[in-house]
Ligand binder design. Structure first.
Ligand SMILES: Nc1ncnc2c1ncn2[C@@H]1O[C@H](COP(=O)(O)OP(=O)(O)OP(=O)(O)O)[C@@H](O)[C@H]1O
Length: 354
């Protein structure tokens, strides 16, 4: 079996490679370059990543290649991110990076020559009645199935996640014992291409600044000004610069460049229990024929699953949540799991119900 392993320079993918070697496999290792070489302020930690990845490859005597997908990353993931922000949505670049870059463009450049692609994601796959499904990881805090929920059947059936059956602290212990070069490396956080740079600086570069009003939704009172709706997200509390809070962003008027906010933790306006999903995507297939199916779901990357019902209506899919949810942000992905939160079934982009 020919195996390619995606190595980031972090501890998780190094342990994935270690576990494969312990089982007698000899994967070819690949680092994907997605930073911007030409722009100092927009580069990731690429140099350090490549050094650590090279050291891991050397330790196991495996082949190591760097695949440059910078152009593809900017044309697909960054363009998508800016486009969504401009429309007032909250994008999820990590979801798109998995779908389009790690398992998309990489496949076209190198992955096609392999039977299996291995990563250090915390996720599993499971065969049910001869079909492969994406399944959650043993570690509920680290589970990354929500970032993988836009991949397709060809992708999931070729993927192998060796860390799915481990807890994060077990992975750290394995890395220490095996003396992996990246054993003591801190976990990476958030959106990769942003690396060390500030998200607002990144957005400002593309969309600039434009002053607009901040208005209290309940009273219509103007409380202050902001520098562009694109710096703010539904449910967000930080960065409003208003006294006497807590204030939360509850609505955005993108045409008028107005932010509507609401005060306190318990205001009705912050919460909702129903939303729509557009462009709904099943990873393996649609396992449900009913118009109302009990499910678990997530609307953001957290370790808690919400319980609710997936409604298949003539106007598209909707989720009705058992509990009221704070900060349902259009543009984010609503990720659907079976009712035991075991199989990840698919995802769609969140829209409000009007
Ligand atoms: N630049 C990259 N090149 C190749 N593979 C990558 C790269 N970035 C991430 N990956 C792969 O995707 C997996 C998940 O990446 P992510 O950044 O979400 O997680 P992580 O838990 O920080 O992983 P790691 O500790 O391996 O960096 C990694 O384990 C690795 O297999």
């Amino acid at each position: 079996m020919k195996i390619a392993a995606l190595l980031s320079g972090g501890v998780d993918s190094a342990v994935a490679v270690h576990l494969l070697c312990e089982q007698g496999y000899r994967p070819d290792l690949y680092y994907i370059k997605i930073g911007m070489d030409t722009d100092e302020s927009l580069t990731c930690t690429a140099e350090e990543d490549i050094e650590l990845a090279t050291a891991t490859a050397r330790k196991y005597g495996l082949s190591f290649d760097i695949i440059d997908l910078q152009k593809e990353y900017w044309e697909n993931v960054v363009a998508y991110t800016i486009d969504k922000v401009r429309q007032g949505f909250t994008p999820n670049p990590d979801v798109m990076c998995n779908k389009l870059i790690k398992f998309g463009c990489f496949e076209e450049k190198a992955g096609y020559a392999y039977d299996k692609i291995v990563t250090g994601h915390y996720a599993s796959t499971e065969e049910v009645d001869g079909k492969v499904w994406l399944a959650t990881a043993k570690d509920p805090v680290k589970d990354q199935t929500d970032f993988l929920a836009q991949i397709n059947y060809l992708q999931v059936s070729k993927l192998w996640f060796p860390l799915g059956g481990y807890l994060k602290h077990e992975i750290r212990e394995i890395a220490e014992q095996a003396k992996l070069p990246s054993a003591r490396r801190k976990d990476s956080q958030g959106i990769c291409f942003l690396g060390k740079i500030n998200y607002n600086d990144f957005i400002r570069r593309f969309l600039g600044e434009k002053e607009g009003k901040i208005i209290e939704l309940e009273t219509g009172r103007q409380l202050g000004t902001h520098k562009g709706f694109w710096f703010h997200t539904i449910g967000q509390r930080k960065g409003l610069g208003l006294g006497g809070g807590p204030w939360f962003v509850v609505e955005k008027d993108t045409e008028g460049n107005i932010l509507y906010v609401s005060r306190g933790y318990d205001t009705e306006k912050q919460y909702g229990n129903e939303f729509r999903l557009v462009d709904f995507h099943f990873i393996t297939e649609n396992p449900w024929t009913d118009t109302a199916t009990p499910i678990c779901f997530k609307i953001r990357h957290t370790d808690c699953f919400q319980k609710g019902t997936l409604m298949n209506t003539p106007g598209g899919y909707r989720i009705i949540s058992e509990e009221k949810l704070q900060g349902i942000a259009p543009g984010q992905f609503g990720v659907i799991y079976d009712k035991d939160a075991h199989l990840c079934i698919g995802s769609g982009e969140i829209r409000t119900v009007k």
